[in-house]
Ligand binder design. Structure first.
Ligand code: IPE
Ligand code: IPE
Ligand code: MG
Length: 244
């Protein structure tokens, strides 16, 4: 199926809202954690798929600021799953040339998570094949607000002038600094919303929604999304004839 893709029309950056783990488990009469565990298999497959296809950046929404409000046992289970997954997968990332990074309010994560993440980030820091960005304790409103505070501070300290604030400078204050905006945003599990993800960066992203629950999402589903993306006309405000 990979051969159906136009190599000259690939997005540089794909962002995914991995949704539907709980419903997937419920459909099987299992508890929500079972769904999260299976979601890890999808992560592995999609990361591998992105590396094979030649995608440069993949951002996965793994835990939102709002997800802290879930029942305590689910939050704890998710944090433990995160630690064990990073520990298990770090070698594979390294072997496949994947560089790991995180965005979000990382200081709010349990100490063990932070340590495990730092280790994997450090270990994979020289890799160049695929940049895998995990959004953890992330929300776009948090990100934009912390950017505004830093900008206000820099203006106050005279290191930044009001007339220097434009799209490019603003981006330097976001957690996605040096990462190009995603051209394609995928959300699984049939919800048509953004849930506080990358609001600034997806201003012109193509949105793709699928009913497939995240634990069922595989490389083939990714290729399907990419084929759909490649059939779209991205006009950026212009008219069709101007793009020819
Ligand atoms: C996505 O699946 C994983 C996280 C948000 C951590 P959900 O846990 O949201 O699954 P549903 O949406 O309840 O089915
Ligand atoms: C969004 O999924 C967050 C992640 C995928 C990590 P949610 O399941 O938390 O989103 P809502 O609350 O249904 O919008
Ligand atoms: Mg959900």
């Amino acid at each position: 199926m990979l051969e159906l893709l136009d190599k000259n029309k690939l997005p540089k950056h794909i962002a995914i809202i991995m949704d539907g783990n709980g419903r997937w488990a419920k459909e099987r009469g299992k508890d929500r954690l079972y769904g999260h565990q299976h979601g890890v298999l999808s992560v592995r497959d999609v990361v591998e798929g992105c590396a094979e296809i030649g995608i440069q950046y993949l951002t996965l929404y793994a835990f939102s600021t709002e997800n802290w409000n879930r029942p305590e046992n689910e939050v704890n289970a998710l944090m433990e799953l995160l630690v064990s997954t990073i520990r298990k997968e770090a070698e594979t990332l390294q072997k496949n040339g994947v560089r790991l990074n995180v965005i979000g309010d990382i200081d709010t994560l349990p100490k063990q998570c932070i340590e495990e993440l730092h280790e994997a980030i450090e270990m994979t820091s020289q890799n160049t094949r695929l940049n895998l960005v995990l959004a953890l304790s992330y929300s776009a409103k948090w990100e934009i607000l912390q950017a505004c505070k830093k900008i206000a501070n820099d203006v106050k300290n005279d290191t930044l002038h009001l007339d220097q604030i434009n799209d490019n400078t603003f981006k330097q204050y976001l957690t996605t600094v040096n990462i190009p905006d995603p051209e394609l945003l995928i959300r699984t599990s049939g919800e048509y919303r953004i849930s506080n993800f990358l609001l600034y960066q997806i201003a012109y992203a193509e949105l793709y929604f699928t009913n497939t629950h995240w634990p069922d999402f595989r490389k083939e589903n990714l290729v399907e999304a990419l084929l759909n993306y490649q059939n779209r006309e991205r006009r950026f405000g212009k008219i069709s004839e101007q793009l020819k």
